[in-house]
Design a protein around this ligand. Sequence first.
Ligand code: B12
Ligand code: SF4
Length: 439
Amino acid sequence: MLNYKKILLINPYIKLDRENPIAILDMAPYFRKCGIEVDVCNFPDLPEFKDYDMIGISCISSEGGYIFEQLKVIREHFRGKKIVIGGKWSTTMTEEEALKLQTLNIEVETGKGELVYTNDKVINFEKYPSWDKNDFEILCANNIMMTSRGCPFHCNFCNNTEEKVSYFTAKRTVDNLELILSKNNDVYFVDDIFVTNYEHAKAIYDECKRRKIKIENHNKFFVHLNTVNDKTIKIIKLFKPKMVNVGIESGNDSMLKKMNKKTSVEKIRKNVKTLSKYTNVHGLWMVGYPYETIDTLKNSWNLMKELAPYIHSNWISHYIPLYATVGYHMAMEEGGKFNQGIDNRHVAYIPKGLTQDILIEYRTKMMQFNNILFKRQNIYKYYFYKIVSKISIGKLRKKVKAKYKTLKSQFSPPPPIKSNILDLIYILRLSCFLNVFYI
Ligand code: B12
Ligand code: SF4
């Protein structure tokens, strides 16, 4: 164990999304419990006090090299001090990046912080302390948190370094959840898979009820399409998430196999439809995994269209070959082209036989399909209210007219009507919904 008395943990600035730095929010109280004094800060708000035994920076990626601009400033601010990089990036950085860090005299630590700086041989999840309110305020945190660590699945593109799933207690989880809900309208459980253990999720729900916290309709989480069963549905019925995220990734069985998704197109179809009966489903897709072809891209596009009535929204990622993952080795073996990928909105790898333009074309088309769907729903709402406002009577007419007026102000000029089978499904779904609503 390294005997530090006072350390500083820095949350670097992430250009694209600024979310809770969970590692820092977790580790700071853990270290304090072990007798280490800890300060936390967001880059660029570095403290005037400089006499720390160690300055730790928690990084997920280099963001295409953007992190180095920050590291230079931190190195300059804390001249002569020990600076250490930890977090997922420490396990995926390239040799070139490691050399750049050496030049800046910044060390890299690939281990779990809790075990590197304390006497603990394993992390005691039963006694893991809750987040500290002061850290939460300083880090301007928002709504993401984890109730567990690790994932039982081992997808080849994923850098999940936790081999085994470990659970925090319901008490700790709900303490953190209360902090989040004091500042946000909802909580987003970013556990790799939230419902891997029914008892765990149920205990969190019960603790919320004991503390009279209204968690229903104020949460969202991830569900694996292999774990859609009675117990998962029970948890969904209890929590009433605004949305569940599911990793679909591809509409082609051989691609799913290459990704080690342990699922199939048939299973995806069936389970997405089941989930859609209980909540909004957000589909996560991936384009450009090694050995992707035009045909496999077409399969994904067709599956997306087929599942449209059951999926609320979609996100499509360009595949990022993360060093140390099986996917990275598959990409090396295939011999496609590596790009400097900043994040999953940019092409980081081009499989053999495909081009950057094809990947961008498919991702754009699939992302836009989302918007078309949303518009389609709104378009039919518009015409539905237009007609109903003319034929209804009494109080209902007043209500419907007001709604039509609002929609009309959003559509100027009126939207065109196109019809196909999907439109018909929407009209039917909308009519059913309105019937239930007004009866
Ligand atoms: C929350 C999250 C985000 C948030 C990050 C918020 C934040 N400020 O931290 C947001 C949405 C911004 C994000 C973005 C991205 N993410 Co992300 N994200 C996650 C997620 C779900 C949780 C991360 C987390 O906090 N884990 C819990 C903590 C406790 O674990 P940890 O970070 O590993 O920390 C432990 C050790 O690493 C170590 N440690 C951590 N910091 C330090 C510091 C020191 C000094 C030391 C010694 C040790 C140490 O100790 C910790 C405790 O044991 C993970 C999935 C996962 N299971 O981890 C993906 C994950 C980390 N993300 C990933 C990816 C690919 C990305 C993006 C590239 C995606 C994109 N948008 O294109 C970007 C990159 C952003 C960036 N520039 O850094 C990948 C892998 C990245 C990698 N390098 O391997 C992961 C693993 C998802 C996956 N399944 O593959 N992400
Ligand atoms: S299910 Fe999600 S977190 Fe688990 S290995 Fe696959 S991509 Fe990673």
